[in-house]
Structures are given as structure tokens and as C-alpha cells.
Design a protein around this ligand. Structure first.
Ligand SMILES: Nc1ncnc2c1ncn2[C@@H]1O[C@H](COP(=O)(O)OP(=O)(O)OP(=O)(O)O)[C@@H](O)[C@H]1O
Ligand SMILES: CC(=O)N[C@H]1[C@@H]2OC[C@@H](O2)[C@@H](O)[C@@H]1O[C@H](C)C(=O)O
Length: 388
């Protein structure tokens, strides 16, 4: 069956809590026909504060309703700049993630966003996967497969397995075989969270220096790595766990505590090295050595982190831009692509990405109350998911 190409807007606010990314992608839910405009809206200090205070909390707990409302308002403001989008993929703000306990929490009501924007919104991407026994994360891996296929088609990547390493607040890696016919095909994707990436460095900068991040990795470059802290960090049982596996943002509080006695520069150097060491440890789980490691997410702007990765990973480590992709917008694009997959009833995760027993079609679709024509060739009744 061939589906028509749909212009989707993906909206992502990640674990770094720095702002919202929005990006247009044109897709039938399998192939990428093209990428479109993108934009970013940073959170104000007050907004970031509201989100930080709600971290680790579940629906109904203090501060969560405020964070959810803030998320809808911030996303609505940015999405309004994209009238060309036929459908929106709204990730929401992850406040807590406990797949072992059977729950994950992305704050923000997609139905309210659909109403405000008068367009269909696909949201709540992770719950169904967790309900079916999966990790609920990472979800970008199927999109990484689509990106590799696209880049191969553009002559930007060889016909060989590659890895995508995303360095956000948390890090995640996807081994991708672009020769597979579909992302859910056996052997097409193996993915998992590598460990903390920028979140511990950001928290350090915020706490000690009232800065948002270590710009360019300058502070880390001026410091010395405490190897004992790194060795202790790598002895954490998470690294020995067989993937797929995923992490809560604040799962590694012991790492932040371990650098408390170090100078600012040494602490930054050590936390930055830890992010790379976690990614290096993750390479041991690759089914075969990838031809190269394509780095996306904000961490690739950190020179200390990139230098540490080059030391700790045997394969060539390059920014994803080398494959013609936009490393700052990849996750936003992923949720646009996933939104179209949900409309088409295609799976959004599988055994190799979240550890579910069989591929899962996650996501919920909400239509504006006064619904217009469908963005898909299918009729409303044929569309899977639970209308909100
Ligand atoms: N110029 C820069 N120098 C240093 N670090 C940077 C720079 N730009 C971005 N970063 C780091 O990257 C982070 C943002 O990365 P990104 O937008 O990929 O994360 P996210 O989408 O919030 O997280 P996640 O992927 O975990 O959901 C910033 O908080 C900062 O730590
Ligand atoms: C529960 C949750 O929101 N996890 C995020 C987080 O940030 C990075 C990593 O941890 C990844 O597992 C995931 O995000 C990306 C977009 C993903 O699902 O692929």
C-alpha cells in the first residue's frame, strides 16, 4: 500500500528543559520525502523553574498541572508559526519515567493543543509501549533508520550499518541497518539509553555558576578528569544490563554527588567525560561495529564531549550533519515522522528499541472539536489509536 506524503510538524521539549524544537517533515510514515522549516523557542528562567520543580512527579502531584499548562502554551505559541503543518506530533514534557513500575509521564494535554491550534495532534507516544511491557524509550530509533535510508539515497552514507548517538539531557544510541526493508524488521534497529549526557553538566552549571550550560565545553576543557570517579561510575549495574534499556533523567544522582568536592572546572571535565564514557560502554552492545557514529543533540556542540568520544570510541565519530541531517532538529523531526506513522497505524517501537515482545503502535490522536478533512488518505474509522 502506498500512502500519500503528509506534512507534519514535530514538537520536542527534551530532558534538558531548555526549550521547544519544532520542525517540518514530509513523509508517508516510512520514507522521508523532505525536510522543511524549523524553529526553536527557549524557555524563560521562570518557565524552566516551573518545569524543574515538577521533575520526578506524577499526574496529580504538586506543580504538575502548572507544568502541563505551560507546556501546551509554549508549544501552541511555536506551532502557530507553522500553518503549513497538516498534523502535529507533540511529545510533551517528560517529568518522570519508570518503565519497571509500568509508568511514564509526559506532561501536556494533546487534546487541548489540538483545540487551540485547530489541527489534529498525535501525542502520548510512550504509554502504550510501557503498557505492553516495553521501556517506552527511546522512540527516535525507528526514525534514525528512516534517516539512514534517506542519507543513503542521497549518497551521503554507504550501504552499511551506522549508529546514531543522541546527546541530550540523557544519551541514547541506535544501531541501524539501512539495508533492512522496515524499521521494525529483525536486525534493523538496536537502541537504548547510554547514560546521562548533558543533564549532570547543566545541573552543575546551574547550581554553581548560575549558567545554563558549559558553552562549547570551555569549562570542561580547562579542567582535569577525575578517573576514579569515572571508574566508579562505569561500575554502575546499568552498563552491564543487556539492552534495550532506558533511564530516568535523574537516575545517576551519585555521579553528581561524586564531583561535589572538585573544583568547577574539574567537576565539569569529569561529568563531561562521564557522558562520553557511558557512550563508549554502550558500543560494546552493538551487534557489529558500525561504519561510523553520527552524533546528534546538543552535546555535539561541546568540544570536550566530542574529544572524549573520539578517544573512547573506535569507530569514526562525526556530527550527523556529515550525513546531510540537522542534529539540532532530529528529535523534533522524529516526532513529526512518528505522528504520521501513528496516523497510518504503523509501529512506533519494537523488540530491538524498547524491548517489547512485538512491534507496538503507540500514540494517541486528538482532533480539534470542529474537525476538518482528514490529513490521511484513510477515513477516521480506519485510523488506529484512541481519539482524545
Ligand atoms: N553550544 C553548546 N555548548 C555546550 N553545550 C551545548 C551547546 N548547545 C547545546 N548544548 C547542550 O545540549 C543540551 C540540549 O541538547 P538537546 O536539545 O539535544 O537536548 P534535549 O532534546 O533537551 O534532551 P533529550 O534528547 O534528552 O530529550 C543543552 O542543555 C546543553 O547542555
Ligand atoms: C522518557 C523520555 O522522555 N526519554 C527521553 C530522554 O531523552 C533522551 C533519552 O532519554 C530518550 O530515551 C528519550 O528521548 C528521545 C527523544 C527518544 O525517545 O528517542
Amino acid at each position: 500500500m502506498t500512502n500519500r506524503m503528509i506534512r507534519a510538524l514535530g514538537l520536542m521539549s527534551g530532558t534538558s528543559l531548555d526549550g521547544v524544537d519544532a520542525a517540518i517533515i514530509e513523509t508517508d510514515g516510512l520514507r522521508i520525502a523532505g525536510f522543511g522549516r524549523s524553529a526553536y523557542a527557549g524557555y524563560s528562567d521562570n518557565e524552566a523553574q516551573v518545569l524543574h520543580e515538577a521533575l520526578g512527579r506524577w499526574p496529580g502531584e504538586p506543580g504538575v498541572a502548572e507544568a502541563a499548562e505551560l507546556s501546551v502554551a509554549a508549544h501552541a505559541g511555536l506551532a502557530a508559526q507553522f500553518p503549513e503543518a497538516e498534523v502535529l506530533g507533540y511529545h510533551g514534557q517528560t517529568l518522570a519515567h519508570d518503565p519497571a513500575g509500568g509508568r511514564t509521564h509526559q506532561a501536556g494535554d494533546g487534546a487541548a493543543l489540538a483545540h487551540r491550534l485547530d489541527r489534529p495532534v498525535v501525542w502520548d507516544f510512550r504509554s502504550e509501549d510501557v503498557r505492553q511491557g516495553g521501556e517506552g524509550a527511546p522512540l527516535a530509533p525507528f526514525f534514525h533508520w528512516a534517516c539512514a535510508v534517506w542519507a543513503m539515497g542521497q549518497g551521503r552514507l554507504p550501504e552499511a550499518p551506522v549508529a546514531f548517538l543522541n546527546l541530550g539531557g540523557v544519551g541514547n544510541i541506535t544501531f541501524v541497518d539501512p539495508r533492512a526493508q522496515a524499521p521494525e524488521a529483525e536486525g534493523a534497529c538496536l537502541a537504548f539509553d547510554t547514560g546521562p549526557a548533558n543533564a549532570p553538566v547543566n545541573d552543575l552549571m546551574r547550581k554553581r555558576l548560575r549558567r545554563e550550560r558549559d558553552e562549547g565545553g570551555a569549562l570542561a576543557l580547562a579542567g582535569r578528569v577525575d578517573e576514579a570517579v569515572i571508574a566508579d561510575f562505569l561500575s554502575h549495574p546499568y552498563f552491564a544490563r543487556v539492552p534495550p534499556k532506558s533511564l530516568d533523567r535523574d537516575a545517576f544522582t551519585a555521579l553528581s554527588q561524586a564531583v561535589e568536592g572538585l573544583s568547577d572546572a574539574d567537576a565539569a571535565a569529569t561529568l563531561t567525560e562521564a557522558a562520553a564514557a557511558a557512550a563508549g560502554a554502550g558500543m560494546l552492545w552493538m551487534p557489529e561495529p558500525p561504519e561510523r557514529v553520527l552524533v546528534c543533540g546538543g552535546g555535539r556542540h561541546n568540544r570536550a564531549m566530542m574529544a572524549a568520544l573520539a578517544r573512547r570510541i573506535a569507530a569514526e565519530v562525526v556530527p550527523v550533519e556529515e550525513a546531510g541531517l540537522d542534529g539540532d532538529m532530529l528529535e523534533a523531526q522524529a516526532f513529526g515522522w512518528l505522528a504520521v506513522r501513528v496516523l497510518q497505524g504503523l509501529p512506533t517501537s519494537g523488540p530491538g528499541t524498547t524491548g517489547v515482545a512485538a512491534p507496538v503502535s503507540g500514540g494517541r490522536i486528538s482532533y480539534p472539536r470542529r474537525s476538518g478533512p482528514m490529513p490521511s488518505s484513510a477515513s477516521r474509522e480506519q485510523i488506529p489509536g484512541r481519539a482524545g
